[in-house]
Design a protein around this ligand. Sequence first.
Ligand code: XMP
Length: 513
Amino acid sequence: MPGLVCILDFGAQYSQLIARRIRELGIYSEILPHDTPWSALDRRKPQAIVLTGGPESTLAPEAPDVDAAILRSGVPVLGICYGMQLLARHLGGELVKLDRAEYGPAVLHVDVPASPLLAKVPSASRVWMSHGDSVASLPDGFAALASTERCTVAAMGDAARRLYGVQFHPEVAHTEHGRTILANFLRDIAEVPADWEMGSFIERSIDEIRALIGTGRAICALSGGVDSAVAATLVARAVGEQLTCIFVDHGLLRKDEAEQVVAAFRDVLHLDVRVVDARERFLEALAGVEDPERKRIIIGHEFIRIFEEQALAISGARFLVQGTLYPDVIESKTPQSKVGHKIKSHHNVGGLPEQMNLALLEPLRALFKDEVRELGRALGLPEAIVRRQPFPGPGLAVRIVGDVTPERLRIVREADAIVRDEIDAASLDPHPWQYFAVLTPVRSVGVMGDGRTYANLVAVRAITSEDGMTADWARLPADLLERISTRIVNEVSGVNRVAYDITSKPPATVEWE
Ligand code: XMP
């Protein structure tokens, strides 16, 4: 039987992270609502069940609950945080509210090293805590396996029934041996077969996409970035010619980007790509707009209107494919949902209209960036696309602080090409995650030849990051910065000064707008 872990979601911030950690162990998992009854779970035949954390207190009267039959089913269960407290409450243990909640790092002391849950975990290690209630007395059959200074039952287990609980979060990177604990539970205790790989994700996604689209048609907004490229390729695998890709040239792209993207998609990936030249339309809509949020909203609206116009010309087009990733979902706080729902709020192109006539299909919304790159490779995308650095949907418009004009676009585009050219050619370790030029609204005095200049200031931004959610400025070598600066002032007319941005995120953001 193929390996399957069911994750019952009690509203945890980290449900997708748990799923990701399980994927890293080569095991397939599905996230289901917390109140899924045992009868529905039983039909799926999971070999293990994980109960997630959640924002509520199990002591509250209306606290989200689990079907008690699940705990009697004989399937091994791991309760995490809230999940552990539910286990304790259902099986006859007692909970107390802590005087002071325990948040953040703590030292975990292993009290029962022989427990299979804690095999290979050192006697003391760092874990991440986030709880206001605690298990005060254990249910019958359970032993306390580990503790922290403020939490006497930080892990508990009943080896005979294969029921385990951890108060800390093994799924977060701050828990040093979290992966070992998850592996101990899933591989050694529950013996779930590790038979998941990208190939099986592709197969399952293709089945789901086919069922959803049926005989209808989908359109995909290609941006040239890795996310939309992978999403389009996956959907094309599923429904072939029922997918039409639309590439909107909004005139806010990087140097030569439009030509490169179209060539890659048509000639290498053989996708049906329609190019819409909307350069004038976007420039007109943006004329005189300086406010960053308004720029984003205008661009988002124009984008979506163009897609709708294009979709009208494609009979049966009902779906808009987007390469939204899980970090986008967390950042824009859209509700956890399955594929195929109507857009209500922001998405990764910027602000969207409230009403839209296309249903959204987001096949990557459970994945993280590095997983999308891996998926892209498994789908046979060329490295040049898979390794592209992130580029915002609103394009160079959010890298021109102030008014967007053809002349200012020329300046930022040329400066950006130099920044990328020089950094790409340098061998840096670590290689920055993202690097680009920003055109500031500042003009300053300079001297060129023997004459006075009063020209633009370009800022260079290069950051290191894992996921774009936090970032640090890249410590670029001085000679590389010097080459970039010299080339920009010499080769880009209208610029006489270059500054390097040395701010991390937070407090700044990666993009200037
Ligand atoms: P910020 O500026 O929010 O950027 O720190 C984090 C990462 O997201 C990219 N970014 C965007 N990507 N649409 C996108 O698809 C957008 O509107 C957008 N804004 C920022 C940014 O380049 C960085 O990688």
